[in-house]
Design a binder for this molecule. Structure first.
Ligand code: HSE
Length: 436
């Protein structure tokens, strides 16, 4: 049979990894697919003389449009990243009748609806397994492996850089910026590292996971996003003392009122498996009605782990190329005419438990004032730590864990506590989930 002809846009970390995996495992892949997968055209801003692609067999260009307009190409692989020109190139490839494989989470989270609609109309496939959690086949797991279930919630460590920073802070007491520099040097961080530390990268991925889990439109603009840059070493230590770890989680949850989509630092019990996912590793925990909880763990970034997902998509597309659109797995896992319009909840409607850290004057009645305010707001306190004051100090840190509460109630209580004369400075608030 004719080989499946691939056009590769981007020969950076993931592009280079994809070329390596395709070349190294070509024989094994053709045993699985029944056809060879052959790179016939590749584009990169600068063609590196070290490229492993054979220039006598592969057309090399610095203009990605050459790839999307090449009549020989069956599948275009977009590994350029970012919104533009990736969006225009992908839409052009679709218009030209080509299938697309992309690792671009920003592109899918923001422009996915437009891209899937264009692909649906043209009868081509857009595959994006590498866009979420790198090498972990989480999209396939949710879209196909768990297709029998109603998904209740998904919680994931889906940004390796953020997890690496939190792990090093906890294990070695290292400084935030110092660890970030190392993640950049290792090639894990985004081109703009604020995407990692402020949670935007994780929010892109969570947007996609929520749509796959609940069959809703991609709505990045409604995903609540809070980064890890304000986490202090003392919060890491107090959390540990209470039996928790702080992880940067993406959480999507279906409630009676709508869907929660949120990315934020989260205390989770240290006995949970996901609390022990360290370094740059990713993990996604899915709670579904029939199977219960399932956990997916692996490398969320890096050349070959991400290439593993890209090449798996190429294999899937190659296998499905001869089929009709209606006999394929829908791109978001739900039929396009069955997408639900369940509301996405604003953050003040989220329900979660809390870790709070206050700096309080050390005198009688202060703790009583604080607990009275919680009682007035119907918030139950689950644990309290107050250390003895250090010599000559008149203020002490007070750490509280609360029961689950609607965020609006918690914010009301916090602003009343903040107004007490006995409380100094900003109250630290970190959300907490038991993931039981
Ligand atoms: N910057 C991302 C991370 C890369 O650190 O997880 C993979 O999307």
């Amino acid at each position: 049979m004719q080989p499946v002809k691939i056009g590769l846009m981007g020969l950076g970390t993931v592009g280079g990894g994809t070329a390596s995996v395709l070349l190294r495992n070509g024989e094994e892949i053709s045993r699985r697919v029944g056809r060879c997968l052959e790179i016939v055209h590749a584009a990169a801003r600068e063609i590196d003389s070290q490229t492993i692609l054979d220039a006598s067999k592969v057309k090399l260009t610095d203009n990605a449009e050459d790839v999307v307009n090449d009549p020989d190409v069956d599948i275009v692989v977009e590994l350029i990243g970012g919104y533009s020109p990736a969006r225009e190139l992908v839409l052009k490839a679709i218009e030209n009748g080509k299938h697309v494989v992309t690792a671009n989470k920003a592109l899918i989270a923001i422009h996915g609806s437009e891209i899937f609609k264009a692909a649906q109309e043209k009868g081509v496939i857009v595959a994006y397994e590498a866009a979420v959690a790198g090498g972990i086949p989480i999209i396939k797991a949710i879209r196909e492996g768990l297709a029998a279930n109603q998904i209740e919630w998904v919680a994931g460590i889906i940004n390796g850089t953020g997890n690496f920073i939190l792990t090093e802070m906890r294990d070695k007491g290292r400084d935030f910026n110092d660890v970030l520099k190392e993640a950049q040097a290792l090639g894990y961080a985004e081109a703009d590292p604020t995407f990692d530390v402020e949670g935007i990268d994780a929010a892109h991925k969570l947007t996609i996971l929520a749509s796959l889990s609940f069959g809703i439109e991609l709505q990045f603009d409604k995903t609540f996003t809070e980064g890890i840059s304000k986490i202090t070493p003392e919060d890491v230590v107090y959390a540990e003392e209470l039996g928790y770890r702080i992880k940067h989680l993406g959480i999507a949850r279906k409630t009676d009122k709508g869907i929660e989509m949120r990315v934020h630092p989260t205390l989770i019990p240290e006995r949970r498996l996901i609390a022990n996912v360290d370094g740059v590793m990713n993990a996604v925990l899915v709670k579904a009605d029939a199977v219960g909880p399932t956990l997916y763990y692996g490398a969320g970034a890096g050349a070959e782990p991400t290439a593993s997902a890209v090449v798996a998509d190429l294999i899937d597309v190659a296998r499905a190329m001869g089929s009709d659109q209606e006999n394929r797995v829908a791109m978001l896992g739900y039929q396009p005419d069955a997408i639900s319009n369940l509301p996405v909840l604003a953050h003040d409607a989220f329900e979660t438990a809390y870790y709070l850290r206050l700096l309080a004057e050390d005198r009688p009645g202060v703790l009583a004032d604080v607990t009275r305010i919680f009682a007035d707001h119907d918030i139950s306190i689950e644990a309290v730590i107050q250390k003895e004051p250090q010599k000559d100090q008149t203020r002490v840190p007070l750490i509280l864990l609360t029961s689950r509460v609607i965020e609006k109630n918690m914010n009301g209580a916090i602003s009343e506590i903040q107004n007490l004369d006995s409380i100094e400075g900003e109250i630290t608030k970190i959300r907490m989930e038991h993931l039981g």
